[in-house]
Design a protein around this ligand. Structure first.
Ligand code: HEM
Length: 396
């Protein structure tokens, strides 16, 4: 018997269920088949936190260096699809601007002022946090950090959309859409432009530091740029959704702003913007008692790991006082753990602070406009379609 047939829960999982109502099935998988075969996704799935962690931290056995990864086929070689010393070199090139000290001392104030301006321009009490604040803040922040001064945010979003279409095309076995070449040429021309102009920012630092060859820089920049958009937007939207569906927690932030970080972590735990990470096995490996053959796709469910009841008591509850809420694996673990996590945290923090400040200054309370807000959903990226705010009516 093919060992893939030994997983009845995995066999019944559908993409629709994972997108719309994933928690129940992930609980069943974690309890009965923590390493399972999901025919619908043609991948092994890991749902227990300890096993997820082991796989993410063992890059020799669970590699990203595989030609089947679509990002590499579209953008070329970058830290995303390298392991070992070459990965370390590519990542080192970006270390400085993403360190907590640099984010705290140099970026936080800039991000806070963008968040407040966007809040005043697009929401000020009523509007959609995702499209009006979270999305534009993510794009502005990463363009500013890179030194891509001349690029319009709408243009970046069109590049990102073309990139997403290309990934989807390759994933379902179609040819690359013709628009992707034009898109990448345009993106690369802006990166080349920033390199030549010496705009202050990451791109100029990369040229100066020479850790990467000049020809390696465009793909490297594209990966960081694209990694920063949908994820951060979703992270901020999810945090507002969690906080405003728990008005007591929102009220507590007014009393103690240091709780914002806890709120962000608890929201990250409950709804990781990127729900899983993929690896390929480099050898036959026993994970949790299941032997996964060499060369197979293994998907590590961050969503499931973050709700592991052996680590997080009553994992389905949003609990600001949870003692171990920072133990989520939303930014992954191991060598490929998210490079941009401190920048992303600063964005979500700034967006929440802008809304709290506005409440204090205006003397009005914000609430969710329930009719125009949806709960987080999505297969790979999870977020609410809209988090629409209105003034008034929040219970304490
Ligand atoms: C400024 C925002 C962000 C930037 C610039 C960024 C950039 C990156 C980059 C370059 C990597 C690859 C690291 C490597 O391979 O060594 C990465 C990994 C990752 N990022 Fe982020 N990211 C951002 C925000 C986020 C957010 C908000 C989330 C989720 C809430 C997230 C989740 C992840 C995950 C799960 C990985 C691991 C991918 C894997 O192991 O396959 N990122 N990020």
């Amino acid at each position: 018997m093919d060992r893939r047939e030994q997983f009845p829960i995995g066999a019944a999982v559908t993409v629709d269920e994972l997108s719309e109502t994933p928690y129940g099935v992930l609980d069943r998988l974690r309890l009965h088949e923590p390493v399972s075969w999901l025919p619908e996704l043609n991948a092994w799935w890991v749902t227990r936190r300890d096993l997820a962690r082991s796989a993410m931290t063992d890059a020799e056995t669970f590699t990203v260096d595989d030609d089947r990864f679509t990002t590499a086929r579209i953008l070329g070689t970058s830290m995303l699809n390298l392991d070992g010393a070459e990965h370390e070199r590519h990542r080192r090139a970006f270390n400085a601007p993403f360190r907590p000290k640099f984010v705290r001392e140099t970026l936080e104030a800039r991000i806070a002022s963008s968040a407040r301006r966007l809040w005043d321009e697009t929401i000020s009490g009523s509007g959609d946090v995702r499209t009006g604040l979270a999305g534009p803040l993510a794009v502005e922040t990463i363009l500013d950090l890179m030194g891509l001064d001349d690029v319009e945010p709408t243009e970046v979003l069109s590049w990102y959309a073309a990139f997403g279409e290309a990934i989807t095309a390759l994933t379902v076995g179609n040819a690359l859409p013709p628009t992707i070449d034009e898109t990448l040429t345009r993106l690369m021309s802006y990166v080349e432009g920033a390199m030549s102009a010496g705009n202050p920012g990451v791109i100029t630092d990369l040229v100066t530091d020479q850790v990467l060859g000049r020809e390696e820089i465009p793909a490297a920049v594209a990966v960081v740029l694209f990694g920063a958009i949908e994820t951060s937007e979703a992270m901020t939207a999810n945090a507002f959704w969690h906080l405003l569906t728990h008005p007591n927690a929102w009220n507590r932030l007014h009393v103690d702003r240091s709780l914002i970080d806890q709120a962000i972590n608890e929201s990250l735990r409950l709804e990781p913007a990127a729900t899983w990470v993929d690896r390929y096995t480099t050898r036959d490996v026993d994970l949790g008692g299941v032997v996964i053959p060499s060369g197979e796709l293994v998907s590590i469910s961050l969503l499931a790991a973050n709700r592991d009841p052996t680590v997080f008591a009553n994992p389905e509850y949003f609990d600001l006082d949870r003692p171990n809420l920072a133990q989520h694996v939303t930014f992954a673990k191991g060598p490929h753990a998210c490079l941009g996590l401190h920048v992303a945290r600063a964005e979500t923090h700034a967006a929440i602070a802008a809304a709290l400040d506005w409440e204090v200054e205006s003397g009005q309370a914000l609430a969710l406009d329930e009719g125009r807000t949806a709960k987080p959903r999505g297969l790979i990226f999870r977020r609410p379609e809209h988090v629409h705010l209105r003034v008034g009516g929040r219970s304490d």
